[in-house]
Design a protein around this ligand. Structure first.
Ligand SMILES: Cc1ncc(COP(=O)(O)O)c(C=O)c1O
Length: 433
């Protein structure tokens, strides 16, 4: 068993606690329900998959149930927060996290559904401009969305979809290679469709540079921000990103299957000629109940809405986003950097103590990462994952050989990372010592 005495000073438990005492965001941890095992809180490092529940969530849902019980249908206009316009309760907070104008965002549906709606508008192959460029190893849903849109247009995904590949021996993409490929595809390229932070490697892509390259090629650029929103700085409006979608159950802590959202740059959102699939909730409020015979969209992202909004998940989303507003993005991202560096420091230390351990962080260093670290384990990865689970460290395992972990600044502490580091060290001793 490795002894604590030999730890470098900054990795001791005392030092971690000192860092927590000096952390101005530390009180936010109390505002979340931390899962427990045998009466002890786990070390929850899985916010990249499902964020924790804000303790305000049950009351937020209860408030809407109460309005429903008291008011019935009248709640649409007379609930304390009328349901008719409830989605706007979250627009300002989302816009701040995305670097967007409030009318460029709307909370609605779920992520894959939204990606389909957006590709219906933004993948319009014409002549030889038909190709879609995706990152390597895209999240399956993104790939399936792209494949099925291509087929819908009567084209063959084999001819039209291109997946970027890292250089031989490298795990992540280089921005210059991505931009060069975009330039080479030139007039054949219709759409760059990538994520903001890669779900598997944790690499944060240079959304600004990639969007600019796509535009220079005459193509559009849209992003799946599932792992980016609430995690990394975004300035979608200024970067002129064409469209984006995300889910709210990861870093936004808005509950399993929580309501997703879309960004549509105002250049498209205010263009009535831009095709969008229609539903009554996408029409301007002033005419929505006139049930007109022809679909005419509301200006902005709201024109992509189809159905009336899911109030109960939105209620959770509202209180979850309020915590981001209270914490403020600068403090949040600053703490993210420090926590993630601390987790990396522990992994580096374990590797230095056990050089035979087949462990390697494949996530690039800042600025090309957010909170997530992807630990590639060449052998016995499943055993390492189980050992961490047994030590009450909640991370996740992604086939074929990666353990993902994300220290989340709103609720993780330096003491959490001390517990993680100790568990990793002990498991590595058992497996490879
Ligand atoms: C990058 C990415 N895209 C898409 C999805 C699919 O999300 P949903 O099930 O909400 O459609 C996920 C889910 O984890 C994801 O990580």
């Amino acid at each position: 068993m490795p002894s604590t005495a030999r730890l470098p000073e900054e990795l001791t438990e005392e030092y971690a606690r000192t860092l927590d005492q000096a952390d101005e965001l530390a009180p936010f941890r109390e505002r979340f329900a931390i899962p427990q095992r045998n009466g002890t809180p786990v070390v929850y490092l899985c916010g990249h998959s499902l964020g924790l529940m804000p303790k305000d969530a049950p009351a937020a849902i209860a408030q809407e149930l109460d309005a429903w019980a008291r008011l019935g249908v009248e709640g649409h206009f007379h609930a304390p927060r009328p349901w008719f316009s409830y989605h706007r309760e979250v627009s300002a907070a989302l816009a701040e996290l995305l670097g967007a104008l409030p009318h460029e965002v709307v909370a609605m549906n779920s992520l894959t559904v939204n990606l389909h709606l957006l590709l219906a508008s933004f993948y319009q192959p014409r002549g030889q401009r038909r190709k879609i460029l995706l990152e390597h190893f895209p999240f399956p849903s993104d790939l399936y969305v792209a494949q099925t849109h291509v087929r819908w247009h009567g084209l063959d995904p084999q001819d039209v979809l291109e997946l970027l590949a890292p250089r031989p021996g490298e795990a992540t993409l280089r921005t210059e290679d991505t931009c060069r490929r975009i330039e080479e595809l030139g007039e054949e390229l219709a759409l760059v469709f990538m994520s903001g932070v890669h779900y598997y490697t944790g690499q944060r892509f240079d959304v600004e540079a990639i969007t600019a390259a796509a535009h220079r090629a005459g193509a559009l650029a849209g992003f799946d921000l599932a792992h980016a929103i609430g995690n990394v700085e975004l300035r979608l409006h200024d970067w002129e990103v064409d469209f984006a979608a995300w889910c709210s159950y990861k870093y936004l802590n808005s509950g399993p299957g929580g309501v997703g959202g879309i960004f549509v740059h105002e250049r498209h959102g205010l263009d009535p000629g831009r095709f969008r699939l229609g539903g009554w909730w996408g029409t301007p409020e002033s005419v929505r109940f006139q049930l007109l015979e022809e679909f005419s969209p509301a200006p902005g992202a709201e024109g992509w809405q189809l159905s009336n909004a899911p109030i109960l998940p939105l209620a959770v989303h509202r209180v979850a986003l309020r915590l981001f507003q209270e914490a403020g993005p600068e403090r949040l991202y600053r703490k993210r950097e420090r926590l993630t560096a601390y987790a990396q420091r522990w992994i580096d230390y374990v590797r230095s103590r056990l050089p035979a351990a087949p462990l390697r962080v494949i996530t690039p260093p800042p600025p090309e990462r957010g909170a997530q670290l992807s630990l590639l384990v060449e052998r016995d990865g499943g055993k390492l994952y189980s050992a961490l689970q047994e030590a009450n460290i909640v991370v996740d395992w992604r086939e074929p050989n990666v353990i993902r972990l994300a220290p989340v600044p709103l609720y993780n502490s330096f003491a959490d990372l001390y517990r993680f580091g100790q568990a990793l060290l002990q498991a590595a001793h058992v497996l490879w010592g």
